[in-house]
Design a binder for this molecule. Structure first.
Ligand code: HEM
Length: 149
């Protein structure tokens, strides 16, 4: 393996860890925090809000890592020119889902209105899952074997 192969491994690890952090926070919110919020008193709500704020900072870092590593991985994968049109179409759908999810998070953070928050957080999580699943599909079906048997 060359040093650029190692660099690629590092990028993929960074991308995958950031994906877990980004998506894991959303899953935890849905499965644990949101149900707990419904029964929480004002002190409990304040704790959840503080936890959300703290995790939000990690989610922002994960977004930057996903975008940065994603752009480099996209160039790397498209430059070896082996995937064909299906690969490009699936990758485009994946990037679109990811960027759409990031944009919705941004809109949500800026918006002071909370009325549509439930549906938009479901859509964000769903788009994140689409990006995640397509990433796994692409890496599995089109990943190149570095090490000769
Ligand atoms: C919510 C956002 C995202 C999630 C959850 C996500 C998740 C993933 C996962 C789990 C993989 C498989 C990693 C591996 O096994 O190597 C992957 C691969 C990849 N992702 Fe993302 N990703 C997101 C956003 C993005 C964005 C915004 C871009 C581009 C700007 C991008 C570009 C790529 C590329 C090029 C690959 C490699 C595909 C291949 O191996 O052929 N991702 N992603």
């Amino acid at each position: 393996m060359t040093s650029s192969d190692w660099m690629l491994v590092l990028l993929r690890v960074a991308h995958s860890v950031a994906a877990v952090v980004w998506l894991g926070g959303g899953v935890y919110f849905f499965l644990a925090l949101r149900p707990a919020l419904q029964e929480a008193d004002s002190a409990g709500q304040a704790v959840v809000a503080a936890a959300q704020r703290a995790y939000g900072e990690w989610a922002q870092i994960a977004t930057i890592v996903l975008l940065g590593s994603g752009v480099v991985l996209t160039f790397e994968r498209l430059s070896d020119n082996t995937g064909g049109l299906t690969y490009v179409a699936l990758l485009a759908a994946k990037v679109l889902a990811g960027v759409w999810a990031f944009a919705l998070v941004r809109v949500r953070l800026r918006s002071r209105r909370r009325r549509n928050q439930r549906s938009s957080s479901e859509l964000i999580l769903m788009l994140g899952f689409v990006a995640f699943t397509l990433g796994i599909v692409l890496a599995t079906l089109y990943g190149r074997g570095f090490i000769a048997q």
